[in-house]
Design a protein around this ligand. Structure first.
Ligand SMILES: Nc1nc2c(ncn2[C@@H]2O[C@H](COP(=O)(O)OP(=O)(O)OP(=O)(O)O)[C@@H](O)[C@H]2O)c(=O)[nH]1
Ligand SMILES: [Mg+2]
Length: 460
């Protein structure tokens, strides 16, 4: 299933892995390859274009998580976009519990309608213990009834007996009466296919649909026809109210164009896929699983998801290391202010400092400053990079410039500088002493002066 596409993706990702770090040029060339691969898979052009645009947008805005290579990150983004175009969450196949559920199956000739009726009958019977009735509305070929009858015998369900020369519309009313008398739960209507979408087929279907009033009108499509399947779906949707499609012959489909284009172009969800000729060769259509089959990289996707979860923790650990070495500059203070809530404040970081972890939950809440986080951010952002890394060089004239740049006053700048000095001094002291004899109230008092008001709020 989808081997060609899968192989192409494998090559593309192999290439990306080799480049180590990914710059714009290598990303561009990978995207060109992905676009070509999608088009070769018979994916509609607007989808291929949109796919590439979305992946690029995601990739550019994304901060690469430590412990993840850029290639792995791109894999995850491509995976997510694949799921997106496959239809993310596919709606369930509807089943009524308190009244008869009717299902109408339509599609072109040879698309797999009759086989699919057998499969769905089997699915409803074995998973939901439903009493099933098969109804053949295909009066065009004498063998059509016999084919459905064989399937009904195979899975041991009832088939509406044949009456010679009855019109499909009259078969429907007979089926309804039969279903009521026999207390049937689910009625599955198989219809005749035509070589092409044409007027006669459509008007017949539309009449049948009105008469049956189905819970689901399922369009059966041959996935091997790629883009054509999508066009067929569009044409059928003009005449009948399709609630979902079933793609057949996925087992032989190396390309996958129909599966990838269907939801985007027709907005018609794929509910199942046929993966063989036997009655149990039917699978629910799960976009995540399909994406995984196409990319074959489920392990990388999980890895990236896990890494994203731990990234906050890594940030906290890194900050703790800097604090211990006394390398805490104003850039760190800035990122700390920004991440304060996420990290659980100072106490969150203290958890990673040996000897201090036991104190982290004893620090009382502190609210002794009215400096807003936004203002503190503005001040630090008005400093040059050099000033942020070497706060000692910030003299009077620099302070004036920073105050003007941030719309604050020199005394606000002093406050922040004092706050930074105190923090780094104290952290140095703490790590020397190991924290064992520190009074948490004293610690909070020290840290507190000049801290943003919600600096300590989060965790304790
Ligand atoms: N490999 C494979 N073959 C399938 C699948 N679904 C159907 N087929 C085969 O496709 C052929 C046509 O299937 P039918 O169910 O008769 O198709 P139909 O739409 O009812 O055809 P008409 O009634 O003539 O319009 C049969 O040989 C089936 O065994 C599938 O998912 N995989
Ligand atoms: Mg048939």
């Amino acid at each position: 299933m989808f081997e060609n596409l899968s192989n192409r993706f494998e090559e593309i990702f192999k290439g990306l892995k080799k480049t180590g770090s990914i710059d714009e040029a290598s990303l561009d060339s990978a995207m060109r390859d992905i676009r070509r691969a999608l088009l070769e898979a018979d994916v509609a052009l607007p989808i291929a274009k949109r796919f590439i645009e979305d992946v690029k947008k995601e990739a550019i805005g994304k901060e690469i998580i430590r412990s993840i290579t850029p290639a792995q990150m791109i894999t995850k983004i491509v995976n997510d976009q694949l799921i997106q175009i496959l239809g993310s969450a596919s709606p369930e196949f509807q089943i009524n519990d308190n009244q008869v559920s009717s299902y109408l199956f339509a599609g072109l000739q040879g698309s797999g309608k009759t086989t699919t009726v057998g499969k769905i009958g089997n699915y409803l019977k074995s998973n939901y213990d439903k009493k099933i009735l098969f109804v053949s509305l295909d009066t065009t070929r004498p063998a059509a009834f016999d084919q459905l009858k064989k399937l009904s015998e195979l899975i041991d369900v009832t088939i509406l007996p044949k009456l010679e020369n009855q019109m499909p519309i009259d078969i429907v009313s007979r089926a309804k009466q039969f279903a009521e008398l026999q207390e049937i739960d689910c009625v599955l209507y198989d219809t005749a296919g035509r070589m092409n979408v044409e007027e006669g087929l459509m008007s017949e279907l539309s009449l049948l649909e009105k008469e049956i009033n189905p819970l689901e009108t399922i369009l059966v499509l041959d996935s091997l026809t790629g883009q054509e399947a999508v066009n067929v779906a569009r044409d059928f949707a003009k005449a009948i109210n399709i609630t979902g499609s079933i793609l057949t012959r996925i087992d032989g489909d190396a390309r996958g164009g129909a599966a990838l284009s269907m939801k985007y172009i027709t907005d018609c969800p794929i509910k199942f896929m046929g993966v063989g000729e036997q009655v149990d060769d039917l699978e629910k259509f799960h976009p995540e699983r399909i994406a995984n089959r196409i990319l074959g990289m489920g392990d990388i996707v999980t890895l990236v998801e896990k890494a994203a979860e731990t990234v906050d923790q890594e940030d906290a650990e890194e900050m703790a290391k800097k604090l211990q070495k006394g390398e805490f500059d104003l850039d760190d203070l800035l990122s700390q202010i920004r991440q304060m809530k996420k990290m659980g404040g100072i106490s969150g970081m203290m958890k990673f400092i040996p000897g201090l972890s036991n104190l982290s939950d004893k620090i009382p809440q502190n609210t002794n400053t009215d400096n807003s986080i936004a203002q503190q951010e503005a001040i630090i952002l008005s400093m040059t990079k050099y000033e942020r890394s070497k706060p000692k060089i910030i003299n009077g004239s620099r302070k004036k410039r920073i105050a003007a740049g941030s719309g604050t006053s020199v005394s606000e700048i002093n406050k922040i500088l004092k706050q930074h000095r105190k923090m780094s001094d104290m952290m140095k002291k703490l790590s020397r002493k190991g924290g064992g004899s520190i009074d948490p109230n004293m610690l909070a008092g020290q840290l507190g002066s000049g801290m943003p008001s919600d600096f300590f709020k989060n965790k304790f």
